[in-house]
Design a binder for this molecule. Structure first.
Ligand code: ADP
Ligand code: MG
Length: 534
């Protein structure tokens, strides 16, 4: 049996992200599934009637709720999962707000039948407005919750609901997302009496893969790579699709943090960067990622629905995601995407300079960014199509040319590890020496390189690609400048205002009219393009 339910003291209750969590039938299902998981259930049955508006019934074989505690279960700010402020920073359960059952009870006809291991019989609790009715009942250990006539007393909320079919699809999606976070639980989902989803418990590797295949499709398993990495207390594993999968929506980027399904912007951004140059602009990959870290490192008490989180060290988490996903993607990518700029031979030092004292008066509003690579800028009312990535690399190249070696470096918070290619051990000292000059400190850890620093001037450096190039080209020292400038995780859409201003200055310095990164957009061009669409 779990812990007893207690009313949270106001000091704790006030610290909990407030707000409505029950927006639609699917939100009820999410909350009830999380409760069953927290209760240690290994089987969950879900029955839905008419998109969840008539009935949502969820029964589990978890710990159950003591008869005495049943009234507290539906009281606001009452929970068995936390009791003091500190618990909020080290959560091991899905729930902690003690609000879900109370909110559901306020907008439906709610009843609970539950039995714990230490009781002789089950107890039935019926909530009728503010009145509670308790009585004996029958069932095995576990809990059944019936939510009938959802929003019967909230006609305005009801108006915002979609069709019965759409509401059921939202429920199905919640159940599927939950299913991939709790492989050890057998799950059945029925709609209007019809069995829609039946998942056996998945404990072996093989049965876990089968569950993923059932939910993401067999094609996803075939087309994607599985990977697992660990660094200190952080662990990331999962499947990432290659460039054979290009979705028009981001509905298949499922990320779990410590088993909790999240929709976190920082992590989506890291995934997007990892896929830079692999997918066509505006396309999304499919991935299923499990991330584990110390509970103290992540705050889930940010939003009432707990979809958003806050990391103690967002930069570390972002880099960890980006580098390991892009590394995992290497074997999955069949051919390089066309957006990669061909390497140019290094020329004589260029004759223009970044002029630091120049006042910056252009704002980023003058850029119209088209995709990760190209943008449009107006100069004296004339539009120019600009290869922003090429221009950025050009600016960086000219900046690096003015720097004396060794380049100033910054340490990576997490050193990155890469396997040393076979048979090339002999040249390691030479590589180390050469990279040292360019601000990259390379240590050796048995069969691995450990990259400990990168040059400050090249924050977006794609280290694995750089190392590959260094090896491929037989350590051509004189090409280091070119490697540093071309191997970048560049995304024009992610540039800051300052970076865009700097890009503008680079363009000015090169001279827009003569630059190969820039082309005036004529009326004729536009006509031609429009024609090519029809
Ligand atoms: P929270 O999950 O945030 O604690 P809820 O309102 O969802 O708040 O649930 C209140 C309490 O009721 C829980 O803390 C738990 O003790 C109990 N409870 C709810 N659902 C179940 C269940 N299916 N099995 C066992 N206990 C449950
Ligand atoms: Mg809960």
């Amino acid at each position: 049996m779990g812990m007893r339910i207690k009313q949270l003291p106001p000091a704790v209750a006030n610290q909990i992200a407030a707000g409505e969590v029950i927006e639609r039938p699917a939100s009820v299902v999410k909350e009830l599934l999380e409760n069953a998981l927290d209760a240690g259930a290994s089987q969950i049955h879900i029955e839905v009637g008419h998109g969840g508006l008539n009935l949502i019934r969820i029964s589990d074989n978890g710990s159950g709720i003591l008869a005495e505690d049943l009234p507290l279960a539906v009281a606001a700010h009452a929970t068995s999962k936390i009791s003091q402020l500190d618990d909020l920073y080290a959560l091991n359960s899905m729930g902690f707000r003690g609000e879900a059952l109370a909110s559901i009870a306020s907008v439906s006809k709610l009843s609970i039948i539950s039995k714990t291991a230490i009781e002789d019989h089950a107890t039935h609790l019926e909530v009728l407005g503010s009145e509670l009715k308790l009585g004996p009942s029958a069932r095995n250990i576990g809990t059944t919750i019936d939510v009938v006539d959802l929003f019967f007393n909230a006609p305005v909320r009801k108006q915002f609901l979609k069709t019965e079919k759409q509401e059921f699809l939202a429920i199905e999606s919640v159940v599927k997302r939950f299913a991939l976070s709790a492989n050890h639980i057998a799950i059945q989902l029925k709609h209007n009496g019809r069995l829609i989803l039946s998942l056996a418990e998945a404990k072996s590797e093989q049965s876990k893969i089968q569950r993923v295949a059932k939910i993401f499709g067999q094609a996803f398993i075939k087309e994607s790579c599985y990977f697992e990495v660990e660094h200190g207390a952080m662990r990331l594993s999962g499947w990432v699709s290659g460039n054979g999968c290009q979705r028009s929506q981001n509905d298949r980027q499922w990320v779990y943090i410590n088993q909790r399904m999240v929709k976190d912007k920082l992590l989506f951004h890291a995934i997007k960067q990892a896929y830079e140059g692999i997918l066509h602009p505006g396309r999304f990959p499919a991935c299923l990622l499990y991330f584990h870290l110390n509970t103290q490192e992540v705050d889930v008490n940010v939003h009432p629905t707990k979809h958003e989180v806050r990391f103690q060290q967002p930069r570390i988490v972002h880099d960890f995601f980006m580098t390991h996903i892009s590394q995992a993607l290497k074997p999955a990518v069949k051919e390089l995407a066309p957006t990669i700029v061909p390497a140019k031979p290094v020329e004589e030092p260029l004759s223009y300079h970044l002029n630091e004292s120049r006042p910056i008066f252009h704002t980023d509003a003058s850029w119209l960014v088209l995709n990760n690579h190209y943008g449009i800028i107006f100069k004296a009312n004339t539009p120019y199509l600009v290869d922003m990535k090429g221009l950025y690399q050009e600016g960086l190249r000219s900046y690096l040319l003015q720097q004396s070696l060794p380049l100033v470096s910054r340490p990576l918070l997490i050193p990155l590890r890469y396997p040393i290619p076979d048979g090339r051990e002999a040249c390691i000292p030479k590589i180390q020496k050469m990279l040292q000059d360019w601000g990259i400190c390379l240590n050796i850890d048995r069969d691995f390189f450990k990259v400990a620093t990168i040059p400050i001037a090249v924050p977006q450096l794609d280290i694995p690609a750089l190392l590959e190039a260094v090896y491929r080209d037989e350590l051509a020292d004189q090409r280091m400048l070119e490697y540093l400038t071309t191997h970048q995780f560049f995304d024009a859409r992610q540039l800051t205002v300052d970076e865009k201003n700097e890009l503008y200055i680079t363009l000015e310095n090169i001279g827009a009219e003569t630059s190969s990164f820039c082309k005036e957009l004529t009326l004729d061009d536009c006509r031609k393009w429009l024609k090519s669409f029809v």
